[in-house]
Design a protein around this ligand. Sequence first.
Ligand code: ADP
Ligand code: ZN
Length: 752
Amino acid sequence: MTQPQLFEEEDGPEGTAQGQPCLSVLVSYPVDKAYDYIVPEGLILQPGDYVTVPVRGREIPGVVWGEGAGDVPTKKLKSIVARHELPPMPEVERQFLDWVAQYNMSPKGSVLKMALSVPAALDPPKPVKGYKPGVEINDKTRKGLSPQRQRVLEILSDDIARRPSEIAEAANCTPGVIKGMADKGLVRAVEMYSAAPCRNPDAHRPGAELSDAQSEAVKQIAQYTKTKEQSALLIDGVTGAGKTEVYFEAVAEALKQDRQVLILLPEIALSNAFLDRFKSRFGCPPALWHSHLSPAQRRRTWRGVAEGQTKVVVGARSALFLPYMDLGLIVVDEEHDPAFKQEDGVIYHARDMAVVRAHLGKIPIVLVSATPSLETMHNVWPKPHGSGRYAQVHLPDRFGGARLPEIETIDMREDRPERQHFISPTLKNAVAETIQAGEQALLFLNRRGYAPLTLCRSCGHRMDCPRCTAWLVEHKQSARLHCHHCGFETMLPKHCPECDAADSFAVCGPGVERIVEEARGYFPDAKIMMLASDTAENNEQLRKMLADIREHKVDIIIGTQIIAKGHHFPNLTLVGVIDADLGLQGGELRAAERTYQLLHQVAGRAGREEKKGKVYLQSFMPGHRIMEALAAGARDEFLRVEALEREQSHMPPFSRLAGIIVSGRDEDQVIEVSKALGMSAPQGKTKEGQGIQTLGPAPAPFARLRGKYRYRLLVRADKNIDLQKTIGAWVHNIKTPSTVRVQIDIDPQSFL
Ligand code: ADP
Ligand code: ZN
């Protein structure tokens, strides 16, 4: 684990006088600490200022982190190049970045890089050209103008500057018309600056009329916000309880104090429906932050947040690292969602880091879920079962008297589908009745493509990815085999690559495409829509598809988890889970919890308005405690059993875990480094290893991924142990060739 060398001995700047002031600057580059730089004459700087500094011949952005350390002679230091015109990054943000780096064992500069993710936003935006009227608009000036030109003046008559493209569209003319008018002085060019998004949300607009339960919840949240006696508050409410309306009240409160608000959502939940609700509550859309924004949108939002102009950000996990000038509230909706964990680069859990951010800033944080994670529930449960650190408000009923759906398990050993089919007779009948009644049905299968496995009937050869330990998935849509891990794709060969038999391939198991085919066979007249993360080409198309469902343009929806979360489809009354056992395979620590959450979320799509919903879970293990708990609505009992099991096996939240993944293209090297790590691993037997256990090294479950070999060690430690310190001392002592990567994953969520 070598750090890149930032400064070479001989490349100190020339001619700098002794005794010049210096400051330490953290740069967005994978370095572990802030380095000293000279403050050039005439530049006045304070901690938090955004600056540009030279690093190895390049100029890169950084932030003044504090006083100079004085550990390098001044004549070897370089000068800060420039200061950017922005308010300084507040101290609490800097503390937060330091904390994230330390906790997740990532270089400080890499964490800063997440905060400085839009370097172009450091400089003030360049104006764009707009037009205003060039003459007073009256009958006289209008006289003799073409209808097009008259329309242009009409549009500009409110004296607000607009872009030429905007005017041309509104006046239904070409930009050439506007140019011609400018030449004649009928309109005049002005410089326009695009405003920061979400500058003026109106907290005083009346919100929805709340039910008694909702009002009570709002009161409790206000109490928590005022005292902050607990370190977070959980809104624990069934799907459809109206949790969003409730936390909007907390958002309004923060806005009334003129502070900024961050609402974190799993990316998938950033739907139009959510934005519409926000807009109708606060009168303007929120600022969005996710991976599909245009560079211009990113620039505007980043700068708006840093300047404190943008008041509300709704975003995916990376929104936590925007440089808020005055953050006053964080909401983490769907707090249990695995998408909050970032698995590459700086590995972190956004929900957990959000709790830390709130703590450092002494601001309230509201976690929201119908199926809270075990970690969160453990923090809610009072001692001795839990830590009692979080407050909880309960919304046990759906809003407006809608009832929770009835959940029933179908025993697939008895209720058998036809050969090579996957929909049981009971489910098939239920779908038929549902569409007959003019309602909608959702068939859920969390697997993309047509079939997860293709094998040769003559020799049994399985088509697998040449770069990953994974089977190739057939997709009928593209008529190819795909690897869902690295993107590899290929045609299905005519002959088996192993035994050369011709046309010998058979598919095993279903993906959503295969369920579509089956449903078409059963319901030839029904309108069927398939929805998976790879069906919609872009966000716009996805939004359109979701709107089509809401507007009842389809009868049967067949989808993966993209359809499971958050959506509100008024006519959907039946949910059929094709394979409820799917997530339980593989024996991961959180398999049961995740399966429960996902199935509960999917089930929650049914019967969200006056018509009651029904959910069928197709399972080969109908007696499994998950199926029983789901059917009985016994979430808390389920979680308590789960907690007990974790406690007995000394697993989180009753202990701490870290994963160490060693990867590289040369398998021998990877094994060598892993073995060296294994040999010197802290273990219970040694003094330093008290309360620590290291498992492995062993090939990771995906022993090859994107062409790289991967070995894994898992460290489990008692809660009172400083895991980061122990791992740091251990891993840093191992010599690692530059072609091998050692990644540390604190609190691992998935065990790939
Ligand atoms: P949850 O997030 O708890 O699943 P939502 O906040 O999506 O639930 O609310 C479910 C539905 O009920 C939405 O259509 C929402 O607009 C409606 N709703 C909730 N509370 C109210 C209210 N107080 N007044 C009117 N409609 C409400
Ligand atoms: Zn692959």
